[in-house]
Ligand binder design. Structure first.
Ligand SMILES: [Zn+2]
Length: 404
C-alpha cells in the first residue's frame, strides 16, 4: 500500500461526522479500531506485532533484540483533533518499511514500529502516558488510579478493552534493546513554510506542564442574588485567564486555558465551582516557573477579592528536552546526501520522543504544516510533503539499520 492508500484507510477511524475532528481517546472503541488497523498493516508487511504491558504496540521487522532502530508515534487524539498529529508518524513508519522492502533492503538491526498509548493525555490527563510508564517516569499505582471525566479509572478502562492494568510498569529490557528512536511528526506551528522547507529536525522541546485550578464559591440565583452577596468563582477564573495571557506574553511563553468545567452548569445561576486547566510552556524552565507563579498569584488575589476558595494542583510537568545531537547530525547528513535540507527547529509540543530521549538517543523529523494549525480539524500537511517525509524516514532507517 502506498502512503496515500494507507492514509485513506486510516482516515475515517474515530472521526466525528459533526465536527470533522478526531476523538481517538485511549481504550475506547475508536482506539481499538486504530490498534487493529496498525496491527493489520504491520502484519501485512510481515512484522511481528507485540503488545507490551503498558498499552503500547511494537511491530518488529527482524528478530534481534538488541540495537533495534525504533520509529513510530501515536494514534490517540485530543478532543476534535486533527488527523495528522501522531497518525502521520505511524502511517509514515509503515510506508517507509514498505518502501525499504520494495527496494529489497534487509535490515541488519531490527527495525521496530512503535504505537504509543495516551500520548495526548486527552482521556486520563497525563500526556505520554505509555512512554512514561515504560521509562518509569510515572508510578504504575498512580497511573492505574488516573480517572477520566466520567470517573472511570485507567485500570477499569483497560480492563473494559481487554487489557490488564495490573501489569503496568517500566520495561528496562525494551529500553535496553533500543539503539535509537526516530519520530516523524506533523509540524505544530508554522516555521517550515516561510523557509520553503518540507521537512525539519527537532532541536529541543520547550518545558511544559498542566495545572488544575479549582475555584470554589457558592451557587446562587442569577436573578435575585445581589452582586455584593455573591461568591462567584467565574470572576476570579476570568481574571486568571487574562492574567495568564499577559504573564506568558511578557516572558515569551505560552499559557492556555482550553478546558473549563462550571458547576452545576445552569444558565440562570451563579456557579458553585469552576475547574479549569492551565497549559503553560516556555523556552526555558525559569520562564515557565515565572509564568506559572504569576498566574497562580493572580488567581489567588482575585479569588480572595471575591470570597472564593482556590486550590492549584500540578497534573503534569516535563522539563526542557534536548534531542541527541549526534543522532540529529547523522540524520541531517543522510538527508543532505540525498539533497534534502531539513532546518533544525525548537518545538513547544511534547512527544513520546521527548520522554524516551532521557534513555535512548532520540530524534524527530517534522513534516511541514502550511497553516501551522494543530490540535484542530484544520491541521494539514500536503500529500507531496507527507511522501517526502516517508522517503526521508526510509533513508534514515536504511542508514541506522546498518551495522556500521
Ligand atoms: Zn503528537
Amino acid at each position: 500500500m502506498s502512503f496515500a492508500d494507507l492514509w485513506r484507510d486510516l482516515e475515517p477511524l474515530g472521526r466525528d461526522p459533526g465536527t470533522g475532528g478526531y476523538r481517538r481517546y485511549s481504550w475506547t472503541k475508536a482506539d481499538t479500531q486504530c490498534r487493529a488497523w496498525f496491527t493489520r498493516q504491520a502484519e501485512k508487511l510481515g512484522l511481528t506485532v507485540e503488545p507490551d504491558n503498558n498499552g503500547n504496540l511494537w511491530a518488529w521487522w527482524g528478530t534481534a533484540r538488541e540495537n533495534a532502530i525504533v520509529t513510530g508515534s501515536h494514534l490517540d487524539s485530543v478532543p476534535d483533533g486533527g488527523g495528522y498529529d501522531g497518525a502521520l508518524g505511524v502511517a509514515s513508519a509503515l510506508a517507509a518499511v514498505e518502501m525499504l522492502q520494495d527496494q529489497n533492503f534487509y535490515p541488519e538491526r531490527a527495525v521496530v514500529l512503535a504505537l504509543f498509548t495516551e500520548e495526548e493525555g486527552a482521556r486520563f490527563r497525563v500526556p505520554c502516558l505509555g512512554s512514561r510508564l515504560m521509562t518509569g517516569t510515572i508510578d504504575p499505582e498512580t497511573a492505574r488510579a488516573l480517572t477520566d471525566d466520567d470517573g472511570i479509572t485507567l485500570a477499569a478502562a483497560m480492563a473494559a478493552a481487554g487489557a490488564d492494568a495490573s501489569l503496568l510498569g517500566p520495561r528496562e529490557d525494551l529500553l535496553q534493546s533500543m539503539a535509537a528512536f526516530v519520530e516523524l511528526h506533523v509540524e505544530q506551528g508554522r516555521a517550515l513554510a516561510p523557509m520553503g522547507a518540507a521537512l525539519g529536525l527537532a532541536e529541543r522541546i520547550w518545558p511544559h506542564g498542566r495545572w488544575r485550578l479549582a475555584f470554589s464559591g457558592r451557587a446562587d440565583h442569577a436573578g435575585t442574588a445581589a452582586f455584593a452577596d455573591r461568591n462567584d468563582p467565574m470572576l476570579p477564573y476570568a481574571s486568571t485567564v487574562l492574567a495568564a495571557r499577559r504573564a506568558a506574553a511578557e516572558r515569551g511563553a505560552l499559557a492556555t486555558f482550553g478546558k473549563v468545567i462550571a458547576e452545576p452548569g445552569g444558565a440562570n445561576g451563579v456557579s458553585s465551582a469552576v475547574t479549569a486547566w492551565l497549559d503553560a510552556r516556555a523556552p526555558d524552565e525559569e520562564a515557565l516557573a515565572a509564568t506559572v507563579t504569576a498566574v497562580r498569584s493572580a488567581a489567588e488575589f482575585s479569588s480572595a477579592e471575591h470570597g472564593v476558595a482556590l486550590s492549584v494542583r500540578q497534573e503534569s510537568y516535563t522539563p526542557v528536552v534536548r534531542f541527541d545531537q549526534r543522532l540529529r547530525d547523522r540524520i541531517a547528513g543522510v538527508l543532505a546526501a540525498a539533497g534534502v535540507t531539513a532546518p533544525v527547529l525548537p518545538t513547544g509540543a511534547g512527544h513520546d520522543a521527548g520522554v524516551l530521549t532521557a534513555r535512548v538517543p532520540a530524534a524527530m523529523l517534522f513534516v511541514r504544516n502550511p497553516t501551522g494549525v494543530s490540535h484542530s480539524p484544520a491541521e494539514h500537511a500536503d500529500l507531496a510533503d507527507c511522501e517526502d517525509g516517508v522517503r526521508a524516514l526510509a533513508l534514515v532507517l536504511e542508514d541506522l539499520a546498518r551495522l556500521t
